[in-house]
Each structure stands twice: as C-alpha cells, then as structure tokens.
Design a protein around this ligand. Structure first.
Ligand SMILES: Cc1ncc(COP(=O)(O)O)c(C=O)c1O
Length: 289
C-alpha cells in the first residue's frame, strides 16, 4: 500500500480502494450533504476552529443532526490521525470532511431520524501555487447560476463545476461569478478588488460562502492598517479596478492580472495584493493549531 491511501468512512479507517458508500446514499442521489476543506502544514491544521464552526452552521442550515459523540472537532481529530497514517505530517496537505444525510430509499423528504449521517474524511498532499502567486492569474467572468443559500458549504456544486470548467477551457485559473450586476465570488474562492483606492469585497450574505481565508485575512489586514469595505463591486466598476485578487484555503491570496483577456490595472500583481499575500503567508507559516 502506498502513502495517502487510508481514508475514514463511517467509523472505519480503510484503504481508499476498499472504502464504500451505498448507491442509496443521499449524497450520491441528491447531493444532500455538506463539506469542509482544511489546510494542514507540517501536521498542524490552519484555522480549524473557523472550519469547525462553519461546518456546524452548514449542518444546521440543511438540518443534519450529528449522532451523539460526533462533532466537527472529532472529525478534525480523525483528520489528524489520517495525516499520520498517510505520512503527511511534513509539508503541505489538505483534509476533506464530508457529511451526508445518510442512506435511505429515494424519497425527497428526510429519512427517519434514526438514519445516521454518512461521514467521509480524507487527506491528500497539496502543492501551493507558488509561481502563479508571483505572476498573477488569468480569470474569466461567468453568470452566477447558484441557489439562494450560497452561505452553506453544500456538496451541491454543479454551477460551480460548470463555471470552473468554462474557466479551464479558456485557459483561466478561476471563474468570477456575476449576479444582478455585481461580483459575488469565484467558483471556489472569494474575490476582492481595489476601486478608487478602496479595497472592497461582497458582504457575507446568502450569495457568498463566508470564506475562512477571507475572515482570517480581514483580521490580518487590520493589523497592517488595511480595511475591507463590504460593498459589492459592480460590473460597471470593473474598468476602474486597479487590483483584483481571490482567496481560498488552497489558493491563499492569488493576484488576478487579466479578466476576460483584458489586463486588470497594470496587468501585474498590485501593491496591496502583495502586502496581503505576505501577511497571510506569514500567518500560515507561524499559525495552525
Ligand atoms: C464558493 C466558494 N467561495 C469561497 C471559497 C473560499 O473559502 P475558504 O477560504 O474557506 O477556502 C470556497 C472554498 O471552497 C468556495 O467553494
């Protein structure tokens, strides 16, 4: 068995190839579940308290109750065990935690309360985008076709998948989503831009995922006297953007240098973006729990 082969499914640590879920799992049939992705650096999880709180909110938001004794904190402990079992205690890795509404005959309404949720946790090696973070990334815009509860991190990701694929087919790193004439976020990232000297991002409402990197960065930015304005950037303001960047657990602060093939600002990573990139990198290097 090679490294990175052990996963956790419903109480068991198993080789990935032997891990099974039922075809009647509601995650498989309805996309009825929620998830988290955490960053591990040298075996320490970054901002796990924030991820655990968001998982709790996602579970409550779709009304999945965990059985007694199961908690997001227990899942991250299992995740740490997986890092060990898979020889991922050195360097960079990610943890994936997924909870679905369990296995039941296909009916839209919830199964009986005694049906336990299905829990799946895995770990994988991860390489940050170091070179792209220096040069900056191309991005395309796409319509935001998602539902009205984007604040919940559900495994229903079809509009995100389609937008991400559209970006890939155009050679872009990410799709920036537009709803009702404003930038909401990316298919898997939050977006920030500088307009007339002000750093702005979409407020945390039902149209975006409250990114953990977004909130960590807000606190770090304050320490270096940078504030975000939580005012959405309108499409008609895009030509005035002097800087644009995105954030995420696996993307950190990524400068955006072209949008729909047109340069953003001077077409290279902006000064504010680079400053925030530095503060986040320092926090990642020293932080964790
Ligand atoms: C839609 C969406 N927005 C934003 C993010 C960034 O969130 P985080 O910083 O917690 O990774 C993600 C991460 O997967 C996402 O899927």
């Amino acid at each position: 068995m090679g490294s990175q082969d052990i996963v956790y499914v419903n109480g068991a640590f198993l080789p990935r190839a032997e891990a099974r879920v039922s075809v009647e799992d509601r995650g498989f049939v309805f996309g009825d579940g929620v998830y988290e992705v955490l960053r591990a650096i040298n075996g320490r999880l970054f901002a796990s308290r924030f991820h655990n709180d968001r998982l709790r909110r996602s579970l409550e938001g779709i009304r999945i109750a965990l059985p007694k004794g199961e908690t997001p904190e227990r899942f991250t402990e299992i995740g740490k065990q997986l890092l060990k079992e898979n020889d991922l205690l050195k360097g960079e890795a990610t943890l994936y935690v997924q909870v679905t509404r369990g296995v039941a005959t296909r009916l839209h309404n919830f199964p009986p309360p005694d049906v336990p949720p299905s829990i799946y946790i895995s770990a994988a090696a991860f390489t940050p985008y170091r070179e792209l973070a220096l040069s900056g990334a191309p991005v395309i815009s796409q319509p935001d076709l998602r539902w009205g509860r984007c604040d919940l991190k559900t495994i229903n990701l079809l509009p995100n998948v389609l937008a991400s694929q559209a970006a890939k087919e155009k050679g872009a790193f990410e799709a920036m989503l537009i709803r009702d004439g404003v930038i909401t976020e990316g298919s898997k990232t939050n977006f920030f831009g500088v307009v007339h000297g002000a750093l702005r991002t979409h407020p945390c409402d039902n149209h975006i995922l409250p990114g953990i990197t977004r909130s960590v960065l807000r606190d770090l930015a304050r320490e270096v006297n940078v504030e975000f304005e939580e005012t959405p950037i309108r499409v008609d303001e895009i030509p005035q953007l002097t800087e644009l960047f995105l954030t995420g657990t696996t993307t950190d602060v990524m400068p955006v240098v072209t949008l729909d093939d047109k340069p953003v600002g001077k077409g290279k990573p902006g000064e504010l973006t680079k400053k925030l990139q530095r503060v986040l990198a320092e926090s990642l290097a020293s932080g964790g729990d």
